[in-house]
Design a protein. Sequence first.
Length: 363
Amino acid sequence: MSTPTSTPSAASAAVDPVDPLDVLAAGTVVPAHPLALDAERRLDERRQRALTRYYLASGAGGIAVGVHTTQFEIREPAVGLLRPVLELAAEEIRTGAAASGGRPVVKVAGACGYTAQAVAEAELAASLGYDAVLLSPAVPGADEAGLLERTRAVGEVLPVIGFYLQDAVGGRHLSPDYWRALADIPSVVAIKTAPFDRYRTAEVIAAVAASDRAEEVALYTGNDDAIIQDLLTPYRTARGLRWFAGGLLGQWAVWTRAAVDLFDEVRAARAGDHALTTDLLRRAPQLSEANAAVFDVANAFRGCIAGVHEVLRAQGLLAGTWCLNPDERLSPGQAEEIARVGAAYPWLTDDDFVREHLDDWLR
């Protein structure tokens, strides 16, 4: 399996991947799956399933479950929702082949904690048929060598997607040497780059390009503040041009059908449509503005999960914006700001698509 480092030819683009990991390597849209709760903060299974059906019908090539957007608290013994949410998504993907056009969909499970916990979560994901693990770097006290050893241990269970997490939600700076060493680990198939920092993003790209496995590690943007910019930028490295293959994003948990259309436009622009490239760059600040509203940038991301829920609530996919942590809620004025950007930039939204299919997804 290899990762394109330049614009794919028409012939290669015409070959549909048949393996989920090939989908990941080729590049796709991967939304970070939210958690559907009722007013008592219990799992709302009907709406949890509806969300997965929505992502499949939207054309997403993968779904990431058990990640930050799913709420890390699902792992707490008193909550006990890690297995249920992984099971529900896997079941819907397995039985929803018709909704996804029969194409393979890459199932990504989030894994957290020190080595023993992360390996156990990877083993759970493997038992449920997941294809890869997105490994959180938020491990208090662990140095870079320890994080690499943890990656090797998890990689003995499932292929690993490395993760550069922004400081505001628990991440930290990781050196270029770390990213090169991570890319050299045979089980690492992709890296999600989400430091929300242009300097650090460039460091990761250069480090991966210097790895002996550069062609085998797909780069995914997780920079929700610069999605179009990342996807349209050909980074020049010592080995030639390097592109982000796709995106694994909390922002793509909402308005997902529009995100899939956007990704198709990005691919057309990469193939040489210069007018479309210019138009996408014109729209890039609009998507960043929308993300600022959804992720509650004005309040240091305090309402980021609730903001995702608010978009889905307004569309009828969720019943409310409840989070497991009652302190996680919309900030004052956030709902109004989300509504404003949705009205200002209708190309970003997929309200009509959701309205047309909502009853079926909620069946």
